[in-house]
Design a protein around this ligand. Structure first.
Ligand code: ADP
Ligand code: MG
Length: 477
């Protein structure tokens, strides 16, 4: 506004009279000064720049031939922009621009360093007191907490009492675990248990309400950028730029991770081949199928070989062949000394990959340890499957007979399924030795006149998981 006003002011002459007329006027005015009294406003425009030094009229004294009085034509001075005049000056505007710049830059720094969200989470934890759900902690969970607290082991990643509350709601209520180089650690839990929130805190997306996380000696709180530098993250929901091709995205991630320019192509090709997306790599990633987007996200988290990789449900929506391939890749990177933190809803995947795992209920670990340890500790007993011979005459009566015999031999038995000669029992007595089980079953089977075959299965990880999942459901409903 100020600049426009000053420009308008400075253009006054040329806007009121065209340049050639002005030149002519100036020439005549020099020869016949009487013109000047009739057209003083033009006379002020006769500048050296326009008409040359000889024709400049301003600041010269002339005599009016009719009245005989003297007069002078004032020089038109070019106004400066740099004044404090609120209408024509721009000094105030410059100061405002500088102040705005400083304010917005500070705001950006606050946002980037997550200081704002840290303050807001401190404020919300002061305003709302979240009461964690769940009861006493399991002894394995406590001993891991103690081990991590001592910080004597050489864990790559240590997490101590990590908490996150959304207002009054405690989404994560004090997680503690350590991950060693080359280890695959699993976080299990039904939807809403707090797995993704834990990942988001450890990858810098969310600010923890409380707790400490250390990576290779760097703390998430104090050396945020060094902590985050060592992380590869495949989020639960695909995070890709749909307009970029897979190759462009992988190259971008390589550059972010500091892969040397000479190795870029090889690194991108290597992960493309590992994940089996060669066919699609030069297409826009927004057009990929769900499974291929997932593979691309996994590849993006693995390029540049970060020491710790967080994979949030990496195999959801991926076909079984690619899933097996993904398992091989994860085992490969473990052999390379990289640590993996994984969530999955496939128990098979957890059994195949996780060295240790914790089952989360309401934001807290309910159990912790290796898969065999959990199976032993939380054994639900055995599952017994019995198939009767098709040739038996009265199938219903034979089924009743077998059921009566089994229930008599194993008192804590419930029938789970009964369908045309197939019987499924749950023997809720984990302490029965296997040899006793088999001997009893062999005697019930006898010469095999009714029972064709039977099988006995130990507790599966799924059964352990389901027994904890019930807790979350009963707490939340
Ligand atoms: N930004 C948020 N605001 C409020 N509640 C949230 C937010 N993010 C997650 N939650 C809640 O926290 C709980 C844990 O969510 P999440 O970590 O996504 O679970 P999971 O990944 O185990 O399925 C859920 O009840 C969810 O509704
Ligand atoms: Mg999740």
């Amino acid at each position: 506004m100020a600049i426009a006003t000053v420009q308008e002011d400075n253009k006054l002459c040329t806007s009121k009279i065209d340049r050639e007329t002005l030149l002519l006027f100036c020439k005549n005015a020099a020869a016949r000064p009487e013109f000047i009294s009739q057209a003083q406003e033009y006379a002020s425009c006769c500048y050296e720049e326009l008409a040359g030094a000889n024709y400049t009229l301003c600041d010269k004294t002339f005599q009016n031939p009719f009245t005989g009085s003297n007069f002078s034509v004032p020089c038109h001075t070019i106004s400066s922009f740099y004044t404090w005049d609120s209408l024509k000056g721009i000094n105030l505007d410059i100061i405002m621009l500088v102040v705005d710049g400083i304010l917005l830059f500070s705001f950006l720094v606050l946002l980037e360093s997550k200081l704002l969200s840290k303050w807001s989470s401190m404020l919300s934890s002061a305003m709302y007191t979240a009461t964690p759900l769940g009861g006493l902690l399991d002894d394995d969970v406590l001993s891991e907490q103690e081990r991590v607290g001592r910080r004597t082991d050489n864990d790559l990643l240590t997490v101590l009492n990590l908490q996150k509350s959304f207002k009054k709601f405690p989404a994560v209520g004090g997680l503690s675990f350590g991950v060693k180089p080359g280890e695959c650690f699993g976080l299990l839990g039904i939807n809403g248990a707090g797995k993704t929130t834990s990942f988001r805190m450890l990858t810098g997306d969310e600010t923890p309400t409380k707790g400490i996380a250390m990576m290779l000696g760097y703390s998430l709180d104090k050396s945020r950028s060094k902590f985050l530098k060592n992380i590869g993250y495949c989020p639960q929901f695909d995070s890709i730029i749909p307009e970029l091709t897979g190759r462009e995205l992988l190259t971008l991630m390589c550059r972010v991770r500091g892969v040397p320019s000479n190795d870029l192509k090889d690194e991108v090709d290597r992960w493309t081949e590992f994940l089996g997306i060669q066919e699609y790599i030069d297409r826009e990633s927004g057009a990929y199928s769900g499974g291929n987007k997932r593979k691309l996200n996994v590849a993006m988290s693995l390029v540049g070989e970060p020491p710790v990789v967080f994979l949030d449900e990496p195999s959801t929506g991926v076909d079984p062949v690619a899933r097996r391939n993904l398992w091989n890749i994860i085992q490969g990177i473990q052999a390379n000394g990289q640590a993996v933190v994984l969530t999955s809803h496939s128990m098979e995947e957890c059994e195949a990959l996780c060295d240790r795992l914790g089952i989360m209920v309401n934001g807290q670990f309910q159990c912790f340890g290796t898969v065999p340890h959990l199976k032993n500790k939380f054994a639900q007993g055995f599952t017994l499957l019995v198939k009767l011979k098709d040739s038996v005459e009265d199938m219903n009566r034979s089924e009743e007979e077998v059921m009566a015999q089994i229930e008599k031999s194993f008192p804590k038995t419930t029938i789970k399924d009964r369908h045309r000669g197939y019987l499924q029992f749950s023997i809720e007595e984990p302490s029965i030795p296997l040899h006793v089980l088999f001997r009893t079953m062999e005697s019930i089977k006898g010469p095999g006149l009714i029972i064709e075959e039977y099988s006995i299965n130990e507790t599966t990880l799924e059964q352990v998981f389901l027994s904890f999942a019930k807790k979350q459901m009963s707490n939340t409903t």
